[in-house]
Design a protein around this ligand. Structure first.
Ligand code: SF4
Length: 482
């Protein structure tokens, strides 16, 4: 293998989720900034480029919002002093990885907007397919944007709608009538916390409760982290309004025919944390199921099943349970390789992958290995890992992927590269097997995805090309930076 391939960063060949959102309203008046921080910490896997928190006091003057945001991980952006200085019993938080809009501090969320009715703070997960049109519509009427992200377009449309409707939740509903695409929103108004999910339900959003406080979060793992109990998921298309009176719900935007819903199947396969439950389906369980299906559909004789950490581990365990082949650990991951990791130069003998992942020679030497991973994007990392197993003495390496081949880009908030960069686009499975140097290669069958999600309606567009919403005529991903 050539040196430049060895220098490939393992993180660059993985798909990335765009964002995680969190909101809380404490009716007892306790400060919530620290709780938001810990919630965001639990959602850090959903975005590592920037993060932010905005809080307000529901008893204080309307429009007084304390905000802190910046580039980096939660523990880099926030100090104890920051959190102690942020007073307020209602707030929203956000972690971000950019797919549309560049990676700059201005684009960090939550967005805080002052307008005639007070202040609005908004955190958004997902991508709109009609953001350019909505942006132009506002620009032609004089709006000046400070960021290049979809979320500002949403915030403006809500603010504009608010002038002609009686309350902020009606303004959210009116704005939602214009939005096309994926969005899970958490919005703070001076006296209300609002959560909304697009009618397709691409991205998760759930409600939790701790003592006298209600919480909204992208994933249930964030509820567990702060000691809150799960109440329920926000339904696809639903707007929930949290006030001292309780939880109000508007389901007018929900599809009558729930088969139109389109949860991102990649949340189950890779993005979400295994200890989260998304729309009633355990992420861990769905990964175990994927492994079982691979064992049933693509059996092979071997001595050991291993997962590529972390998301390959659940499917590897499932494969082992179904096949009876022992499950083991072949890789040791260095968790301290962070965002600021300096990649080795081309001439360096150290490979970025090797720095991040080592093989346990004692576990694999002389064995026939089944290696389970969640995806092959460009193929470079898979080739490296297979090579590392062989170097460590593996006799055979059989690769099983707990998703079908990636063939199409995503326009809904996932950073899937363009088709020409996807190895499965233009190559047969046999060709890919040869390129990554495996003895055999199989993917999860398309028809298994539905079973993995316990028959919930799902989006499979990046595998099937069946987009729940027509893709935009031009590639909108990062369009404002072109
Ligand atoms: S296209 Fe793929 S990654 Fe994008 S929302 Fe659909 S299933 Fe998820």
């Amino acid at each position: 293998m050539e040196q430049n391939q060895l220098d490939f960063d393992i993180g660059a060949d993985k798909l990335r989720e765009e964002c995680g959102v969190f909101g809380i309203y404490d009716f007892d008046g306790n400060d919530v900034a620290s709780t938001i921080y810990y919630g965001l910490f639990a959602l850090q896997h959903r975005g590592q480029e920037s993060c932010g928190i905005a809080v307000s006091d529901t008893e204080g003057p309307k429009g007084k919002v304390s905000t802190h945001k910046g580039m980096g991980l939660c523990n880099e952006v926030f100090s104890t002093e920051h959190l102690e200085q942020m007073h307020g019993n209602i707030g929203v938080g956000h972690v971000r990885y950019s797919t549309a809009g560049s990676s700059t501090r201005e684009n960090a969320q939550p967005l805080v907007l002052n307008y005639v009715k007070g202040t609005l703070a908004l955190a958004h997960n997902g991508n709109l397919v009609n953001a350019p049109q909505l942006r132009h519509e506002l620009e032609y009427s004089g709006a000046i944007f400070q960021t290049t992200i979809d979320s500002e377009v949403i915030a403006y449309h809500i603010a504009r709608a608010r002038v002609s409707v009686p309350n902020v939740e009606s303004a959210v509903a009116k704005a939602m009538g214009k939005l096309k695409g994926a969005y899970s929103l958490v919005i703070m108004s001076p006296r209300k916390l609002i959560g909304a999910r697009d009618p397709f339900g691409f991205k998760p959003l759930c409600i939790g409760k701790r003592d006298n406080a209600y919480i909204l979060a992208s994933e249930t793992c964030a509820l567990e982290t702060i000691g809150a109990e799960f109440v329920r998921d926000v339904k696809p298309g639903e707007i929930v309004t949290i006030t001292r009176e309780g939880i109000g719900s508007n389901t007018e935007m929900c599809f009558r025919d729930t088969e139109k819903e389109a949860r991102c199947i990649f949340e189950y396969i890779y993005f979400a944390r295994p200890d989260s439950v998304f729309d009633g389906v355990s992420v861990y369980h769905s990964r175990i199921q994927a492994g079982r299906f691979l064992a049933l559909d693509s059996p092979v004789e071997a001595d050991l099943v291993v997962g590529v950490p972390e998301s390959g581990n659940g499917a590897a365990l499932g494969y082992s349970m179904e096949s009876g082949i022992p499950y083991g650990t072949a890789f040791v991951k260095n968790s301290y390789v962070g965002r600021t990791f300096i990649k080795p130069k081309q001439s360096s003998r150290e490979s970025a992958v090797r720095i991040k992942l080592n093989v346990l020679k004692e576990a694999v030497a002389g064995k026939r290995i089944i290696m389970i991973d969640d995806s092959i994007v460009r193929g470079t990392t898979s080739a490296l890992i297979v090579n590392m197993l062989r170097d460590a003495g593996a006799r055979e390496v059989h690769v099983r992927i707990s998703a079908p081949p990636f063939l199409h880009p995503c326009y809904f908030g996932t950073d899937i590269p363009s088709e020409d960069q996807l190895i499965a686009h233009g190559h047969t499975v046999e060709e890919i097997r040869e390129m990554i140097g495996a003895d055999s290669l199989s993917y999860l069958k398309m028809e298994r995805l539905q079973e993995m999600a316990c028959s919930r309606s799902i989006c499979t567009a990046c595998f099937s090309g069946n987009y729940p919403i027509d893709p935009p005529a031009e590639d909108i991903r990062g369009s404002y930076d072109k």
